[in-house]
Design a protein around this ligand. Sequence first.
Ligand SMILES: [Fe+2]
Length: 340
Amino acid sequence: MAEIIYGFGSSHGPLLSTPPEKWDLRAADDRKNPSHPFRGDFYTWPELYEHRKSENDFEKEIEIGVREGRAERNHKSLDALADKFEEVDPDICVVVGDDQHEWFQDQVQPSFTVYFGDEVINTGLTQEAYDAMAQRSLGLALSLAANHPPEDHSYPVPTGLAHRIIEQAIDDEFDIATSGEQPSNEKGLIGVGHAVGFIYRRILRDKPVPVIPILLNTFFPPNQPTPKRCYEFGQSIGRAIRSWGEDKRVAVCASGGVSHFVIDEEFDDRLLKAMAARDVDTIINEPNHMFRSGTSETKNWITVSGILSETSLEMNLLDYVPCYRSEAGTGNAMAFATWQ
Ligand SMILES: [Fe+2]
């Protein structure tokens, strides 16, 4: 029988790949954004600044020395996760991430998708394409380079386990979507999305470990699944892996989160502690309106908590790094954890 032997969670936001002196590039976009979600309401940047003024001294949080220290901590944790993955050396890795208009568009936006094709291609980003992108937006170019190798890379998909996950989901009354073929558009094959691409590049170090991408719609209204549904879907995936008749060692990964692009340290602390303590009530009762924009990716972590709920693996938070980039408390809070 297959065994779940390891779990890990890693943020994947663009600031991880942006030098700290350039975090301002994204802060400029924050100032223009007319609708920052924060604890159920929406704010312009000046409104958010006023609203959060008394809460924290964000001016200090964005000083370059502070940013440099945080960037260093991020890389230390990412290196630790990559080293650990190499050491654990699982046969298969199930990656729970979100699709952000990469494979799925507004025409059809499934809540939960299991990919069961034979392989996944992480499409290459040539130097030429990078340079052209950098002319338009250096921030975007840096984050694309973090998720895409210089040339196309193919990763095998353990289709037997993917089918077991699909069957179990249906038995458990999840009317999930499935994808058996990587989508294309007029420009050709659409590479695997950022949530999986980042893990391939930065944690798996491009080693062609068999991966099953499981994609959630955490981001786009109106059909984002609730935290409860994500947790239960995770439990179903856990049952599927443990009942699969192959003798394989399986790792699972939560990609993305935690709060961004408005950092909410209270929210992150509450959810991360609840996951470590297996406090299911707190996890599933967090209101859905708290999970908007990038913060919604915390649902990928909730799903993984569900997968691991019936194992003896314990969560260990390696680091929590709130990477602020503007005086209104915008940025990306990063979390890195293992379940062992
Ligand atoms: Fe993301």
